[in-house]
Design a protein around this ligand. Sequence first.
Ligand code: PMP
Ligand code: GLU
Length: 396
Amino acid sequence: MYTSSLVNQLKPSETLAAAAKARELRSKGIDVLEFTVGEPDFITPQHIREAAKVAMDAGHTRYTAATGIQELKQAICDAFLRDHGVAWKPSQVTVSNGAKHCLHNVLVACCEPGDEVIIPTPYWVSYSALVELTGAKPVLVETTEKDGFFLTAEQLRQAITPRTRMLMLNSPSNPTGGVYPVAMLQALAEVVVEKDIIVLSDEIYDKLIYPGHEFRTFASFGEEVRKRTVIVNGVSKAYAMTGWRIGWTLAPENVTAAINKLQSQQTSNPCSVSQYAALAALNGPQECVAEMCHEFAKRRDYVVARLKAIPGLSFAEPGGAFYAFFNVSSYFGKPVGGGPAVSNATDFCTALLERAHVALVSGDAFGAPGYVRLSFAASMETLVRGLDAIEAFLAG
Ligand code: PMP
Ligand code: GLU
């Protein structure tokens, strides 16, 4: 049967594909050490699960308002004010089926064929694909490990053309873990206002910040910046709620209205029970977030120390999120894992999986050849075994 050229050109999500490959090996009885998908390995905290059960029993099992229940929109605004000191109104909030859905909504609502969307590389795998689905063109701007993988104001200025509609920013970053220094965000914000472009700020990792780093929302640089900013966030990472599928968008009212119209035609509402669970997450005790972050910080320190001790690897230390993104290109052309040499990051990951049963994601998926991503949202025991196996694989 016919399928559209737009979708034919679309690449499947490589993070999810890498996870599926690992799962397939595991189903054959192989003990795979899995560091592909970026999702917390913790179960959703108990008080949140309880709230979902209560919601179900209270009969919240029907359609809700298409863009989310009012209490949750209010809770999202309250949490933003509490955590970041910036006030939004519930009329500026759309609740959707996860942050990924939010990103798609924003791009469809704001971009048209011919528009350009600036994406600093390395970027999260779905960004360019979602831009292409709107007919707009991703403009990839390379950032380097030496500069912490941060886009500078000068780079942004140079990439802007009369067709530029938007800049996509992600701090803390997936895949690098980089947390933009406040002064760099401020400098980017000045260019954004001067050139009058939209910033789509994906702040899904805002709660996962490690000592020595500071998170600042892009909406905090004054009203002129905020007028041009759309924030995407959700409960997936901070509250270990990836499966519940709740994310949200905060935007100027006309953009929210456009997204709301779109969502009313796409999906009747984000899952009713999940919305009540998200409400409990935002309004309930926040200690669980700090506890999980503390656990991730220990794993981060361990992974960083191990990677530093392996000759020939280089990386920018992650300040947030749960990824280590390291350059393996010095191993290209040398025998690895008791087998023949590999010549790129994708082949490296395949060889690592087949010969050492360790699953990583190739940097090619993130627009960064020569790199691989390790998600340390895995137990300490798995990390110890995984890093031992990586070290042995690299030894030849
Ligand atoms: N943005 C980034 C940077 C992510 O890493 C993820 C995780 N998949 C998402 C958005 C999507 O989050 P969600 O699972 O809520 O759709
Ligand atoms: N953010 C996660 C990752 O990058 C989830 C996977 C996905 O949604 O593609 O691995």
